[in-house]
Design a protein around this ligand. Structure first.
Ligand code: THG
Length: 273
């Protein structure tokens, strides 16, 4: 399971404050602790409050890189903010770009821009692509799968290997009126996305989205993650500090026969990461 640590995001008060105060210690501690907890990538999102988003992204990337070499996942819907991060990102660490829709009303070329940035960012770079287009986020299974197919086709045409693409079918909060069926629809979409190409694209999700504003947040996150792994999810943006969630990852992978059973399978899973 490829895990992307969610905590360096201006959505969190502590991070927002650290960006405003240029408090490096808070960010470096989050980077180090998430890496220790098992994050393969660190999501880096300046949030919406930062007045200078490009400057904030550069400061975050530079600050994190001073303390660890974990691969960064630059998270912004604005190509110029990603571009700013790429300018200071250490190419030796690899990079993930997060994320682009297939197209959008205000920018028909957005996908090509993100793909080009990923292609110019070195041979190991990868890109998260959302099953979303100018009509917004689809609610049904078929449109999600059709958009995923369009993404796979686009990247194949540009010679970008399909395992460098992470398709994100966009998880919505379960407490939003009429959104409750979406979790199940995503599971059905996962089943099909895995057959789009050989080798298949990776699939990822912003797991914590599902429980935003709900009670029993960690329970909802943990159960849905187990369900999604059983439908082929192989990556997620998660709270790696949720220890039980990490145990769910190890146990789900063992039950899916991705790791041999032993009485100490949880310990074995994390020492092999
Ligand atoms: N797909 C992709 N990238 C993403 C998302 C996605 N990046 C951002 C987000 N969604 C994933 N990361 C988070 C991080 C935090 C929360 C949810 C998703 C979260 N935050 C608390 C809240 O909103 O209640 C903040 C609590 C606090 O302030 O302490 O839940 O879907 N590709």
């Amino acid at each position: 399971m490829i895990l992307i640590g969610e905590r360096i995001n201006g959505m969190f008060k502590e991070v927002k404050q650290a960006i405003a105060d240029k408090n490096k210690g808070v960010i470096q501690e989050l980077a180090r602790r998430q890496t220790e907890a098992g994050a393969n990538y660190l999501d880096v999102n300046v949030g919406t409050a930062a007045s200078d988003q490009e400057g904030a992204m550069q400061w975050l990337v530079e600050t994190i890189q001073q303390s660890c070499s974990t691969t960064l996942c630059l998270d912004s819907q604005k190509p110029n903010v990603i571009e700013a991060g790429l300018k200071v990102a250490d190419p030796n660490n690899g990079i993930m770009l997060n994320s682009t829709p297939v197209n959008k009303k205000t920018d028909e070329e957005v996908f090509d821009k993100y793909l080009e940035m990923a292609q110019n960012a070195g041979p190991k770079s990868c890109l998260i692509a959302l099953t979303m287009d100018k009509n917004g986020i689809p609610q049904d299974v078929d449109t999600r799968v059709a958009l995923a197919a369009e993404i796979v086709q686009k990247v194949m045409e540009k010679g970008f290997d399909t395992p460098r693409i992470f398709i994100d079918p966009i998880l919505l909060p379960v407490n939003v009126p009429n959104a409750q069926a979406q979790a199940g629809n995503i599971l059905s979409a996962l089943d099909q996305i895995n057959y789009l190409s050989d080798p298949p694209p990776h699939i990822t999700l912003g797991l914590s989205n599902i429980s935003q504003g709900a009670s029993e947040r960690s329970l909802i996150n943990r159960i849905f993650l187990a369900m999604a792994i059983s439908h082929g999810l192989d990556s997620a943006i998660v709270d790696v500090f949720d220890h039980e969630l990490m145990n769910v990852v190890a146990t789900s992978e063992m039950l899916m026969n991705k790791q041999i059973y032993s009485d100490s399978f949880i310990k074995a899973y994390f020492s092999a990461r």
